[in-house]
Design a protein around this ligand. Structure first.
Ligand code: SF4
Length: 636
C-alpha cells in the first residue's frame, strides 16, 4: 500500500501536484507569522500604487502591500477550503452509507433525497445556501460544504453498493457482525481510495467556490481577507494595476491545480474506476407460484436443514420476478447434497436465502425453513439468536477466493473476528483459535500465514482459509457455492478432498452447489437438479449416470465428457437457452429444449412427485425414452 503512495510521488503529475500542495501548506503555516505585520502596514503615501521593487504587486487603497497580503491570505483560503471539504465529506459519508445501514424504505428515502439534490446545479445550491446562512466566512463554509455533500454522497453510495455485494461482506454478515461494524471494518476501508481521490479533486473546486463567493461579496468580509476578497478589492483597478487582481487569482489557480494534480496522480496509481450497477428484473409471464411437494425424507427428526416451499421474489419494473419458485428439500446430519443446474437456475440464490444473505428488495417466503431445529423465518424468543446460530453452525465457502476476504485485513484477524463475536473469546484466544483453525485446514506455517493479507495467499490457500473461518464455530452445515470454479484442476481436487475431510471430522452436512455434474457426483450422496428456479429431480448420486429420469438431468450428464470420449466426436450440448426468471413460460419450463415435450408439457407444469428410494422428479414423461412419445404428441 505504501509503495503505491511512493509511486505517486514518482509520477510527474504527482510530483508537481504534491510539491505545489506542500508549498501552499507551508505558506499557510508560516506566511502570517513571517509577513503578517508587513501585510497590515498602512502607507498613506503609496495608495493604490502600481508594482515596484518595493511593492511587487503594488498596494491597495490603504497603501498595504498586496504581495504580502496574497501570501498571508493563503492561511484563511486554505483553512476555509479544508473545513468546507471536511464538512461536505462527513455529510457525504453519512448520507452515502445511510442506505446500507438503514436499509428498507428509510434507506431508499435517503437515496432519493440525495438524487434530488444531485440534480440541482452545484453553483445554484451554493448561492441558495449562501443566502440562507448569510454572508461571511461561516455562511460560505456551510453553503459550500452542504452544496458538495450530495455529489460525494452519491459517489459513496455507489462505491458502498459495489463492495457490499462482495463475498467477504456476505461472510461477515453470516458471522453475525452488525451493519455498523461491517461498514467500518469491511466496507469503508475498501472504498477509501476512490473517495480520497474525489475528495482531493473536490477540494480544488471548493477553493474556486470560495474565491467566487468572496469575489461576489458573499464570502469573507473585511477586515478578514482571503484570495477571493483580494481579487474583489483589486477588480476596480484592474486596467491600471492588473496584478492587484491577477496576483490572488494566480494563487487560486495554483492551489486548485495542486489539489487536482494530486487527485489525478492518486487516481492514476490506484487505477480507480466507477463501479457499475446491476441489471433490471422483469415481470414473469407466469405469475402462478409453483410448489414442489415436500421432500420425503425418511428421518425428518435428524434434519439439519429443512426447507419447504422456499421462494425468492424480486420487484421488477413491471411486477415481481421469482427466480426461486417453491423449492423443498432436507439435509440430514452429515449428509452431502449437491445442487446442479445451469447459470440462472436458482441454485446459488436458494443457498444464499437459507444463509440469510439475500437482502431487500428481495423477499423470501417459505412454508417451513428450519436450521438445526431453529425456525429461520422467525427470531427465537430467547437464548441463541438466529445470527449466532448461523455464525457458529453454518459455514459458507464462496466461489471466488479473491473476493472472499477483506483485502485490507489480515487473514488471522478475519478468522478471529468470528471467535470474538460469537464465542466471546478475548483477542489473544481468538487469534490462537484462528491459527489452530488454519492448521486444521492444512495451511502450512499457520502462525505466519495468520499475519498475512489475502493477497499473499494463493487461490487454493484462500479457499482453505475460508473453510477454516467456517470451522471457527462448530459447523453443522457447510454451504459451498461453486467452491472450485475459480481454481485450477489440481487445487480443485485438494479443496474438494479438504471439504470431505472436514465433513468427516466435524460431522457436518454439506450443500455443494456446482454447475459441474462430475464434481457433485464425486463428493455427494444425493443430487438436486434445478431448472428455472425449481427442483426438477432429486436422486441418489449413484443413480445419476444411469437412472436419471428427468430429460434435463440426462442431458446434463450426457454433456459431461468422459476420459474415453472420442476427441473427434463433438461434445453433447443442451439445445436452446435457460429460461429467464422474468420469462418463465406456461407449462414445463424445460419444454422448449426438451426432446420429449408434448402438448401437455406446454400447458401444464409437472409437479415434483415421489419416486423409488426417496427420489423425486417433475416430468410428465419421466422414464420414457425419446422415441416412446408419439410423433402426433410431439408435433401437436
Ligand atoms: S414435462 Fe415434458 S417438457 Fe418437461 S421435462 Fe418432462 S417431457 Fe420434457
Amino acid at each position: 500500500m505504501s509503495q503505491r503512495w511512493i509511486r505517486i510521488v514518482k509520477t510527474p503529475v504527482g510530483l508537481v501536484g504534491l510539491s505545489l500542495l506542500s508549498l501552499i501548506v507551508l505558506l499557510a503555516v508560516f506566511a502570517p507569522i513571517l509577513w503578517g505585520d508587513k501585510a497590515s502596514v498602512v502607507d498613506t503615501e503609496n495608495l493604490l500604487a502600481g508594482p515596484s521593487a518595493q511593492h511587487w504587486f503594488g498596494t491597495d487603497n490603504l497603501g498595504r502591500d498586496l504581495f504580502f497580503r496574497v501570501l498571508v491570505a493563503t492561511r484563511l483560503s486554505l483553512t476555509l477550503t479544508l473545513v468546507a471539504t471536511a464538512l461536505g465529506t462527513v455529510i457525504g459519508l453519512v448520507l452515502g452509507t445511510a442506505p446500507e445501514l438503514l436499509g428498507g424504505r428509510l434507506g431508499r428515502l435517503v437515496t432519493a433525497l440525495v438524487n434530488v439534490f444531485v440534480a440541482f446545479p452545484g453553483l445554484l445550491l451554493v448561492l441558495v445556501f449562501a443566502v440562507i446562512f448569510g454572508v461571511g466566512a461561516r455562511g460560505a463554509v456551510l453553503a459550500i460544504g452542504l452544496a458538495v455533500a450530495p455529489g460525494l454522497a452519491r459517489l459513496c453510495q455507489t462505491l458502498v453498493a459495489g463492495v457490499t455485494g462482495l463475498e467477504y461482506v456476505a461472510a461477515a454478515r453470516i458471522t453475525g457482525v452488525n451493519r455498523f461494524r461491517i461498514m467500518a471494518r469491511h466496507v469503508l476501508p475498501n472504498v477509501a481510495e476512490p473517495l480520497i481521490v474525489n475528495v482531493t479533486i473536490t477540494a480544488g473546486a471548493i477553493l474556486l467556490s470560495f474565491a467566487g463567493l468572496s469575489f461576489l461579496g458573499l464570502g469573507v468580509q473585511a477586515p478578514e481577507y482571503d484570495w477571493g476578497r483580494l481579487m474583489q478589492d483589486g477588480l476596480s483597478g484592474i486596467f491600471v494595476h492588473p496584478l492587484a487582481a491577477l496576483g490572488p487569482g494566480i494563487m487560486v489557480v495554483l492551489a486548485g491545480l495542486a489539489f487536482n494534480l494530486t487527485g489525478e496522480a492518486i487516481a492514476g496509481v490506484f487505477g480507480i474506476s466507477t463501479p457499475t450497477g446491476t441489471g433490471t428484473l422483469r415481470v414473469p409471464t407466469d405469475e402462478t407460484p409453483v410448489t414442489d411437494i415436500p421432500h420425503d425424507h425418511a428421518a425428518d427428526g435428524d434434519l439439519v436443514l429443512d426447507v419447504r416451499d422456499l421462494s425468492v421474489t424480486f420487484p421488477g419494473a413491471n411486477g415481481p420476478v421469482r427466480p426461486v419458485r417453491g423449492v423443498s428439500f432436507g439435509i440430514a446430519a452429515g449428509e452431502a447434497v449437491g445442487v446442479v443446474g445451469e447459470s440462472g437456475s436458482g441454485k446459488s440464490l436458494t443457498a444464499l436465502s437459507i444463509a440469510g444473505l439475500v437482502e431487500e428488495p428481495a423477499s423470501i417466503d417459505a412454508r417451513h425453513l428450519t436450521f438445526c431445529g431453529t425456525d429461520l423465518l422467525e427470531e427465537p424468543a430467547s437464548g441463541q439468536t438466529r445470527d449466532t446460530l448461523l455464525g457458529t453452525s453454518l459455514a459458507v465457502v464462496f466461489q471466488d477466493p479473491m473476493t472472499s476476504f477483506n483485502p485490507t485485513m489480515r487473514i488471522g484477524a478475519q478468522l478471529a473476528e468470528v471467535g470474538r463475536h460469537h464465542q466471546g473469546l478475548d483477542r489473544k484466544k481468538a487469534s490462537a483459535r484462528a491459527v489452530d483453525r488454519l492448521r486444521a485446514v492444512r495451511v502450512r506455517d499457520p502462525e505466519r500465514r495468520a499475519r498475512q493479507y489475502p493477497f499473499e495467499f494463493s487461490g487454493g490457500m484462500r479457499q482453505r482459509a475460508m473453510i477454516g473461518m467456517g470451522l471457527m464455530g462448530s459447523p453443522r452445515l457447510i454451504i459451498a457455492d461453486e467452491p472450485t470454479t475459480a481454481l485450477d484442476v489440481t487445487v480443485q481436487s485438494q479443496v474438494l478432498a479438504l471439504l470431505q475431510d472436514v465433513r468427516r471430522e466435524e460431522g457436518a452436512a454439506l450443500l455443494l452447489i456446482s454447475h459441474d455434474v462430475s464434481v457433485v457426483a464425486d463428493v455427494c450422496d444425493r443430487v438436486l437438479v434445478m431448472y428455472a428456479g425449481r427442483i426438477v429431480e432429486d436422486l441418489p448420486t449413484a443413480d445419476l449416470r444411469t437412472r436419471a429420469r428427468h430429460p434435463y438431468t440426462r442431458a446434463l450428464v450426457a454433456a459431461v465428457p468422459a476420459m474415453t470420449t472420442d476427441i473427434d466426436t463433438p461434445l453433447a450440448t443442451i439445445p436452446g437457452h435457460p429460461v429467464e426468471p422474468a420469462q418463465v413460460p406456461v407449462g414445463c419450463a424445460y419444454a422448449a429444449r426438451c426432446p420429449l415435450a408434448t402438448v401437455r408439457c406446454r400447458e401444464q407444469d409437472p409437479t415434483l412427485t415421489a419416486g423409488p428410494g426417496g427420489s423425486r422428479v417433475a416430468c410428465w414423461h419421466a422414464d420414457e425414452p425419446a422415441d416412446v412419445v408419439t410423433a402426433e404428441e410431439a408435433l401437436a
